[in-house]
Design a protein around this ligand. Structure first.
Ligand code: NAD
Length: 476
């Protein structure tokens, strides 16, 4: 059975009950799975009031007690992982193994925040006068409004929920209407773990209307958004206008650099699997492939061979490595990239279009010979299209890698210390992966620079977004 879709406000799960609804579809076949209730303005105000009231109590709950509730929620997520994952496959489309992995990583993030939230320390500063005591304390910012996308419907939300709750904040979350089951399941896990009413609230609606209402509310002190750069700009501007803190996890256009001294076959195998994970709908997806001219042909041949072997289909089918795009509207977006590549003299080596009549399947696509200023090389495709270009020397490729306004992830394959050092110091990005992929762990910071946003989620840095710094000086 698919999840019973609800709002979650002040500890109560509420169905449509006369509210507006929107259909939630299965991208693998276009069928309607359920109706999602939209929050009314009164619902949003109730969620805000509940979060405000609950903040007064939650911030006083000891970190040890908060940690116990978070750990209980994590263990419920582990127990329920298969059911939650199946619903993610149904409403979002990714393969089952990826969905299970996503839910288990939510449990891990929750556990890590539960533990690390107990180590939010202040400090004592030596005074200039021995009658003075001066110290710094970190206090939760208050009620947070969070907006999360559909590509990792569980893990994008848990990074915000777990960090906010472990810091002592309360939260009103607007999840992704296209793939809502995971956020409802997260709310159920926290509810069943004994989270007090109002600490976590979940709402749905028309995104710009909900975000405006929440961001403009004087109750909200902090905004956190994961999504596209244009929407991030709007929400950041609104947050700034109301002088609110914000964390922005926005899009990327991650460069991949494969040097001539790399283990080419290993690099091709790893990058091939990583590129098409979640059908390329990943903000850190490897996006522009700069291949040294000496290994270009070898890399391309191996990448094509591996891609041909990859099974595309419904995420519930055994052996499927790539599912449909998350929504039908994403297919024409992919077609526009391919059309532009064709017009700019690109060569479609593989794929290039829709896979079948039913469902929003788009073929894994490999494009060569596209100019650096083509749409594919400059705008985020957020889908299963990989453009390959050649480079000759290190300075040139780092300059090309830095030529876009994005600065999220980057990937480098080399066996030379010199190249690795040049890339890790020269690339303008929030994350540099050398010879492997090691991002998005609970204990490591994740975030971008330039147009890709600001603030980190994960690692100790995650709490910076949810804490104020207070200085206390006291004369005895
Ligand atoms: P979109 O920009 O319309 O929506 C992206 C996400 O933002 C969705 O979850 C949507 O509900 C939300 N959103 C949109 N307008 C909003 C608003 N005014 N207030 C609050 N939330 C709002 O694009 P789309 O067609 O759904 O997805 C395609 C693009 O989104 C991609 O090109 C990619 O750049 C971006 N995206 C990024 C991430 C990420 O992890 N950084 C995730 C999903 C989508």
């Amino acid at each position: 059975m698919y999840e019973t879709l609800s709002l979650y406000i002040d500890g109560q799960f509420t169905g449509a009950e006369g509210r507006k609804t929107q259909p939630v579809t299965n991208p693998a076949d276009g069928s309607v799975l359920a109706q999602l209730p939209h929050a009314t303005r009164e619902d949003l105000d109730r969620a805000l009031a509940a979060a405000q009231r609950a903040f007064g109590e939650w911030k006083r709950v000891s970190p040890l007690e908060r940690s116990a509730i978070l750990r209980k929620a994590a263990s419920l997520l582990r127990e329920r992982a298969k059911d939650i994952a199946r619903n993610i496959v149904l409403d979002m489309g990714k393969p089952m193994a990826e969905a299970v992995g996503e839910v288990l990583s939510c449990a891990e993030h929750t556990e890590w925040n539960a533990e690390e939230g107990r180590r939010i320390y202040g400090r004592v500063i030596p005074p200039r006068n021995d009658q003075v005591r001066q110290f710094v304390v970190r206090e939760p910012v208050g009620v947070c409004a969070a907006f999360t996308p559909w590509n990792f419907p569980a893990s994008q939300a848990i990074r915000k929920i777990a960090a906010a709750l472990a810091s002592g904040c309360t939260i009103v979350l607007k999840g992704p209407e296209d793939a809502p089951s995971a956020c409802v399941a997260l709310a159920r896990a926290f509810h069943d773990a004994g989270l007090p009413p109002g600490v976590l609230n979940l709402v749905w609606g028309v995104p710009p209307e909900v975000s405006k209402h929440l961001i403009e509310s004087p109750i909200v002190r902090k905004i956190s958004f994961t999504g596209s750069v244009p929407v991030g700009r709007q929400l950041a501007a609104m947050a700034a206008q109301h002088m609110k803190r914000s964390t922005m996890e926005l899009g990327g256009h991650s460069p991949v650099i494969v040097f001539d001294d790399a283990d080419v076959e290993r690099a091709a195998d790893l990058l091939q699997a990583f590129k098409f994970r979640n059908a390329g709908q990943v903000c850190v997806s490897p996006t522009r492939f700069y291949l040294h001219e000496k290994i270009y042909d070898r890399f391309l041949a191996r990448f094509i061979e591996k891609t041909r072997e990859m099974k595309v289909g419904s995420g519930l089918e055994e052996g499927v490595k790539m599912g449909p795009l998350a929504h039908e509207r994403r297919v024409p977006q992919m077609e526009a990239f391919v059309e532009d590549a064709n017009m700019r003299g690109g060569c479609i080596e593989l794929g290039g279009g829709r896979v079948s009549e039913a469902g929003s399947f788009f073929a894994p696509t490999i494009v060569t010979n596209v100019p650096d200023d083509s749409l594919l090389m400059t705008s985020e495709p957020f889908g299963p299209i990989a453009p390959f270009v050649r480079f000759r020397d290190t300075d040139e490729v780092i300059r090309r890698a830095n030529s876009l306004p994005y600065g999220l992830a980057s990937y480098v394959f080399t066996t030379s210390l010199k190249n690795a050092h040049a890339a890790s110091t020269g690339i303008e990005a929030g994350m540099v992966n050398i010879n492997h992929f090691g991002m998005a762990l609970a204990e490591t910071p994740f975030g971008g620079i330039k147009d890709s946003g600001w603030g980190s989620e994960g690692g100790m840095e995650t709490f910076d977004g949810y804490l104020n710094t207070k200085f206390v000086t006291q004369l005895n």
